[in-house]
Ligand binder design. Structure first.
Ligand code: HEM
Ligand code: HEM
Length: 186
């Protein structure tokens, strides 16, 4: 895998910033924040947007497919290093979802066969760079909810071994609502 250079990535980011913001803190929740996300996870997503756009298996998205198409492996590594090096602007969790969110995030639900999110995404929602488990803390709740819905329907299927699809399949709409607001504020 190519070694990323954050300075080079910044220079290549001009087309990204319109949606994701100059420092990866997207100005609206129509676009996910990239700031502070693990470089290895970002690079995996870019490679998979490109793969899906060119007829292979990956992560299908019309906008990002077009954006990733012209990127080389080096470009992807540089852009990922740049956005990873930026600080994410935090999000606050509404008080009324903390209890239910914490219970599900930290403990899962044995009866329903839901693995605790904390096992992979960490106590502070920080993920794990070496395993390409993404950071979730500070992300927009609406984007998190959209991704959980897409894992549940199988529309997003680039999670290795169906790790996310198998969990999301067991989540209710209400679980998704609560978890999205909870993890954003971790
Ligand atoms: C998602 C990078 C340009 C709109 C993403 C993701 C990455 C990324 C890594 C996945 C985030 C995650 O999984 O947490 C980039 C880079 C760009 C770029 C490096 C420049 C080369 C743009 C532009 C737009 C855009 C210009 C808007 C026109 C989106 C949207 C998503 C997304 C809508 C969410 C896709 C989904 O829901 O699956 N981008 N982006 N991006 N980006 Fe970009
Ligand atoms: C991705 C939430 C449990 C492994 C994601 C994403 C979200 C999420 C929102 C997409 C992030 C983004 O697009 O930026 C959750 C929640 C969980 C949970 C709320 C509990 C209900 C787990 C567990 C594992 C896991 C237990 C490990 C067994 C992963 C992996 C990805 C991911 C590997 C990245 C998939 C890819 O490469 O595209 N998770 N997760 N998650 N999650 Fe989870």
């Amino acid at each position: 895998q190519a070694q990323g250079d954050a300075e080079a990535g910044k220079a290549k980011s001009a087309t990204c910033v319109a949606c994701h913001g100059p420092d990866g803190n997207s100005p609206t929740d129509m676009y996910p924040k990239l700031a502070g996300q693990h470089a290895s996870y970002l690079a995996k997503q870019l490679a998979e947007f490109k793969a899906a756009a060119t007829g292979g298996e990956g992560r299908a998205n019309a906008i990002m497919g077009g954006m990733a198409m012209p990127l080389s492996e080096q470009d992807m590594a540089d852009l990922s290093a740049y956005f990873a090096s930026q600080a994410i602007v935090p999000v606050a969790t509404p008080e009324d979802v903390v209890e239910q969110g914490a219970a599900l995030y930290q403990g899962g639900d044995i009866e329903r066969g839901i693995t605790a999110c904390i096992a992979c995404h960490g106590p502070r929602g920080e993920g794990l760079e070496s395993a390409k488990f993404p950071s979730l803390a500070g992300q927009y709740p609406s984007y998190i909810a959209t991704q959980l819905n897409m894992f549940r329907s199988g529309e997003r299927n680039n999670d290795p071994n169906g790790m996310m699809r198998s969990i999301a399949a067991k989540l209710t709409d209400q679980d998704i609502e609560v978890l999205s607001q909870y993890v954003a504020g971790l």
